[in-house]
Design a protein around this ligand. Structure first.
Ligand code: P5A
Length: 445
């Protein structure tokens, strides 16, 4: 993409309404525009990152054997009357009446709707286990929407729902989700720690939140620092293997890690003092096992191998897709702007022409642009007639992890400059080498 043809409305000044760095940078980098409290348009750069995050979520869900579908944002209130949550959900639910005076709502989550789909089509244990998920907009009329996309009213969630014949099988689904989430967040450059949590309006006793440590987080957490040393890496997991998934879950849930809602001061005090930590953190996901909370009142029943009709065992599992943009920026930035991890960057590499209009630098940039595209890399080429300083400031703000700078002085000796946004270190090399280096960086991402 050529910057001269793109839509990147960057702001020079710090927007006064933004209290935290991720919100500030998302506005300044022209990623989002607020349309109402907690409701945003996703401008091209923000939309691109959102799509990358979605893509990672899809890939990891599919690896775990979960099946994508798409449910609507608007739901009939009657479904929620069946589960009893229509009245329980309170003021967070946006209630709508259609022209026929039917009660509708903008879905804050989809347990009822997926249970309705299940009961219409599945009635035998032979069709289980089954996990369905979607990535869809939700609405929660939060009393205090704030921090940009972190606590929105309209926000994008990946929500998955497992259906199993018995508790053991459902607990395996729970474990499968935990394992797939560990890899999902790592691919986004995040360390998200599973912590025992409280279940709130979703229900059930078994629930973990995934938290990214950050001073601006809304949750308070307590943990054994041993957990921050764990890394998932690129181990190959057999998601059908219950023992293997359970072992990974054990590895991540043995060190103490809890939110303030489930914090136990006595257990915490037994951790060696040097490893006892507390912090603020951002909740980027949550998994639940709630058994028959929805299947029983809604009549989602299956016949088991003994011919008995039993309510199906269920859980639900969420990732805060749009919130993740904020969380990633909170975890990865400096005073000049965002530093995208390679896994989610909107463009792979920035290309800066230091002397736009000079036939040699223009030609060298064109060659580089095509060579990068030929390696399936997407460059953002700053071809505007701007000072070098302004071009660098824009690149630093929008946070592409790599930048290739092309200027007449370097070209005279056949060199361009490759710069890492994270370290700030630059290296001179030929244009071919720069392309090969960037291609190699993204190979395993
Ligand atoms: C699990 C999937 C659920 O709703 N039902 C379906 C369950 N869980 S949850 O914890 O309430 O939400 C899942 C994740 O969504 C993100 N999230 C938000 N993101 C932005 N703005 C909000 N107002 C908001 N509320 C929830 C969180 O990341 C949460 O973990």
């Amino acid at each position: 993409m050529r910057l001269s043809r793109y839509f990147l409305p960057v702001l020079k000044e710090n927007p006064s309404e933004a209290q935290i760095v991720s919100h500030r940078y998302m506005l300044r980098a022209g990623m989002i525009k607020q349309q109402a409290a907690g409701i945003y348009s996703w401008l091209p750069l923000g939309y691109k990152v959102l799509r990358r995050i979605e893509q990672i979520v899809h890939e990891e869900q599919i690896k775990a054997g979960h099946i994508p579908l798409l449910m609507p944002t608007l739901q009939p209130a009657d479904l929620w009357r069946e589960s009893g949550r229509y009245d329980d959900y309170g003021e967070e639910m946006l209630r709508i009446t259609d022209r026929h005076k039917r009660d509708m709502l903008y879905g804050p989550t989809n347990e009822e709707m997926i249970t309705d789909i299940f009961r219409a089509h599945v009635n035998s244990y032979k069709d289980l286990p089954l996990t369905l998920y979607h990535i869809q907009w939700k609405f929660r009329d939060e009393i205090r929407p704030r921090f940009g996309v972190m606590r929105g009213r309209e926000f994008l969630m990946k929500d998955g729902y497992n259906f199993d014949i018995d508790v053991d099988s459902a607990l395996h689904a729970y474990n499968r989700h935990m394992v797939s989430y560990l890899r999902t967040y790592e691919r986004m450059g995040l360390k998200a720690i599973p912590m025992r949590a409280a279940s709130g309006p979703i229900g059930g006793d078994n629930t973990h939140e995934f938290l990214v440590l950050a001073a601006t987080g809304e949750s308070e957490v307590f943990y054994d620092s041993a957990i921050t040393d764990l890394a998932f890496g690129d181990r190959v997991v057999d998601f059908d293997n219950r023992a293997e998934c359970a072992a990974i879950v054990r590895e991540w849930t043995t060190p103490y890690a809890r939110t303030d809602e489930t914090h136990d001061a006595a257990i915490y005090a037994a951790i060696p003092e040097a490893r006892r930590k507390s912090s603020r953190a951002i909740e980027v996901g949550q998994i639940f096992f709630f058994g028959t909370k929805y299947s029983e009142p809604m009549g989602a029943v299956v016949v088991n191998d003994k011919g008995e009709r039993v309510p199906v065992q269920m859980g639900s599992h969420g990732i805060g897709v749009s919130r993740l943009l904020g969380a990633i920026i909170e975890a990865s930035h400096d005073d000049r702007g965002i530093i995208w991890p390679e896994g989610v960057t909107p463009f792979h590499v920035g290309l800066v022409n230091l002397k736009q209009g000079d036939s040699a630098t223009d030609a060298a940039c064109d060659v580089l642009y095509k060579a990068l595209a030929a390696r399936s890399l997407e460059p953002l080429y700053d071809d505007r007639d701007e000072r070098a300083g302004a071009k660098f400031a824009t690149m630093d703000l929008i946070g592409l992890p790599w930048r290739i700078t092309v200027g007449p002085r370097g070209l005279a000796s056949g060199k361009v400059e490759l710069t890492s946004r994270r370290t700030g270190l630059s290296e001179e090399m030929t244009a071919e080498d720069a392309v090969a280096r960037v291609a190699a960086i993204y190979e395993g991402v």
